[in-house]
Design a protein around this ligand. Structure first.
Ligand SMILES: [Zn+2]
Length: 382
């Protein structure tokens, strides 16, 4: 059997709102979502039933009365479907808000509250409908036609090592929920119309690997972006962006037994290539922004904060790396093994030399603003 359209929408990323569920010929089905799915908050039957009676009555007496085909609750108790013929979206939104407003102050008799008119007439309460209408209206009062689309499928995983690296991204999100797995927190929601999961991995390769594998196993992302700060090769300036073309692990060294320096056991390669598609979309965002300088190149990862010019030079000579950080290489390895696309987007906070720790302290926060701007533009472009 074919999957029906409403089962193809990823319910993990639906927030309270009004959405176009489907269009069949001249009939538009609106998803009036009143509760976030699968969070435990549900409408009880009396509330749904009461709201059904009142909303149906008001909407069938509204300016779109003749075009209302159906209004009724979803079996999952998180919303209603409204079917309208020849729908003008702006008008329908206006009517929905007006009807909710009218219900929220209604103090007349419940329409259809008799044994003759209803199949369970004792299970009705004007007050319950009033409360729910008011609550839902407060959540959708600012929506416009632009908000009627479900967020786009294909989950994007965004991983930062430290809370400050993703704080601004989280601020821009519409949260559906936060899920804890072990000590890791996964922030599930939408960001500029996209389904995203944002996580703070902790510093270093093992932390990053655990977080990446968990995110992949649990949320099956289309791709992962690792964002944050990095030390940059000496010509790079603080705030400049590095978009990784590939990642390496500079501290992976089995050269004593004949392997290449940085060759990763198991996958037996040194450079793990980043997704060409995602990287070029990030570069496109940078080109659009114009004001943030950037370079594309190899990013080197290891379990140490590089603050030694000689060490930095050595990494650059060995691997051709233009930036040094502590997670990208292991995130890349996990993605590679799982066949998930990834990209590393870093803003330079220091130059990996003796002044690095001070530079990092002073500039990290400022540098992060640039990665956030790039991410924002990248998502808007999609
Ligand atoms: Zn009834």
């Amino acid at each position: 059997m074919n999957k029906i359209a409403s089962f193809t929408v990823d319910h993990r990323f639906i927030n309270e709102g009004v959405y176009i569920s489907r269009i069949d010929g001249d009939i538009t089905t609106y998803d009036m979502r009143m509760e976030k799915p699968n969070t435990g908050s549900l409408m009880d039957n009396a509330t749904m039933h009461s709201l059904e009676h009142l909303f149906a009555t008001f909407v069938r007496n509204s300016e779109i009365a003749d075009d209302v085909i159906y209004f009724g609750p979803m079996g999952c108790q998180t919303g209603f479907y409204l079917l309208v013929r020849n729908a003008d979206n702006a008008q329908v939104i206006r009517v929905i808000k007006k009807v909710l407003e009218d219900i929220s102050v209604y103090d007349g008799a419940m329409p259809g509250e008799s044994e003759i008119e209803c199949g369970n007439y004792r299970n009705l309460d004007v007050n319950l409908a009033r409360i729910k209408a008011k609550e839902y209206l407060s959540k959708i009062k600012d929506i416009t036609e632009k908000d009627l689309e479900y967020s786009k499928g294909g989950v994007i995983g965004i991983i930062g090592a430290m809370p400050k690296e993703v704080a601004a991204v989280k601020e821009m999100m519409d949260f559906c929920k936060t899920e804890k797995i072990g000590t890791l927190e996964f922030n599930v929601g939408t960001l500029l119309g996209h389904n995203v999961v944002v996580a703070v991995a902790g510093v270093g390769k093992v932390n990053a690997a655990i977080c990446t594998q968990t995110l992949i196993s649990k949320y099956s992302p289309e791709f992962i972006i690792n964002t944050g700060v990095a030390g940059g090769y000496k010509r790079l300036k603080v705030g400049e962006i590095v978009v990784a073309s590939a990642v390496v692990q500079h501290d992976f060294d089995t050269s004593a037994i004949g392997d290449k320096k940085g060759q990763i056991g198991g996958i037996n390669i040194v450079e793990i290539p980043c997704s060409e598609k995602v990287s070029s979309e990030i570069v496109k965002a940078l080109e659009d922004i114009k004001t943030i300088p950037y370079e594309r190149g190899i990013v080197a990862t290891g379990d140490q904060f590089i603050c030694d010019r000689e060490k930095a030079e050595e990494i650059t000579e060995t691997f051709g790396a233009i930036a040094y950080e502590m997670e990208g290489g292991s995130i890349g390895q996990v993605c590679y093994i799982n066949n998930v696309d990834f990209c590393v987007l870093r803003s330079i906070s220091d130059n990996g030399d003796e002044a690095a720790s001070v530079s990092y302290e002073v500039f990290a926060e400022e540098a992060i603003k640039n990665t956030v701007s790039v991410l924002e533009k990248f998502l808007k472009n999609r």
